[in-house]
Design a protein around this ligand. Sequence first.
Ligand SMILES: [Zn+2]
Length: 407
Amino acid sequence: MQTCNQDRLQNKITAFSHFGATPKGGITRLSLSKSALEARAEFCNRCKKLGMDIKTDDMGNIYATIKGTENLPAISMGSHIDSVVQGGNYDGILGVLTALEAAETIITEKIKTRHPITVIIWTNEEGARFDPAMMSSGVITGKFNRDDMMKVKDIKGISFGEALEASGYLGSASNRLSPSKQAAYLELHIEQGPVLEAEHKNIGILEGVVGMVNYEIHTVGQSDHAGTTPMKMRQDALHAASILICDLYDKLSKIDNELVFTFGRIISSPNVHTVIPDDVRFTLDARHKDPAIVQKVVDVIKNLPTEVVKCQVSSKELWARKTVNFHVPFVDIVEKNVNALGYTGKRMYSGPGHDAQFVADVLPTTMIFVPSIDGHSHCEEEKTDIADCYKGANVLLNTVLDIDKAI
Ligand SMILES: [Zn+2]
């Protein structure tokens, strides 16, 4: 088995934690912001020093490549370097830095690979500055229209197209990831949840990304004076919504142990403390790997009563995503390497979305998770123990080398 260098990986994590550092030890590194461009420049400098060839495509995605010994499509790996506001030092960036560490090991140990090896940085994964999330992997895999994405503006009115042009990373569409140029894609990511740590596992062996639905449920009543309207004569839309939420919570809890669901947003109108609410909208996000379970959730929503406490009830799907299954032979290689390296692993599905789920539509793909301490993510407390980062990098490195031999 080949192994990376833990001190060198720690050095990378520390170096990149300075770009967009916040006082409490996290980062704010919005896509194509000054701090994100500093991180990109540092990445490119390190790749150039290693002798890697760097290209960018027309979404600003970066591809840093080591030559192979044969004329074959590349084995690629990577993630994103942008963060949410007051995010942590591991979400996304760890996938880039473990990929860079694996590449550096291949170069410095003079390991010959038949395929070229490419490290990818995806632009605007978080969607925290420019909505939607996973914008650039979405464009190159045909999920989003590039022209529409170029017009998306941040809160200051700067469009994605303007920010990309100004960044210096606008490249050619001919450099986009495609099956003619890449043969495989691997992404290491932090779990962003508490399961691996709770079960004392070193590595998450990903089988896919769970499917999900997001519904908005709407109740309509009548606004009246909070002081004069007797309780029995009210049409309180928030009372109706609260009954529905409790009822849904009860019913959905009984469907399946692995089903997760969240009422994440509630908008009550007119939202005045002396007025009975007449219009309430709340969201229901539900996720499970089995489409039949997700369908059961949809059935429960479809069978909601049309009237509750004299208020009208309706629902509509805001969006949905199908379960993505990763490339089974790669999943097996990851598992084999976890065992061969003497680590503990758990087969699992990702709840959050990742660029890999879009890439999986065009290339054989899989992901590797490492544990998040206390399950924290998208916050300044986000952390993964360096020993686990190192283990993840070793699994990634050996998986790349095995795929190089297998395909
Ligand atoms: Zn991420």
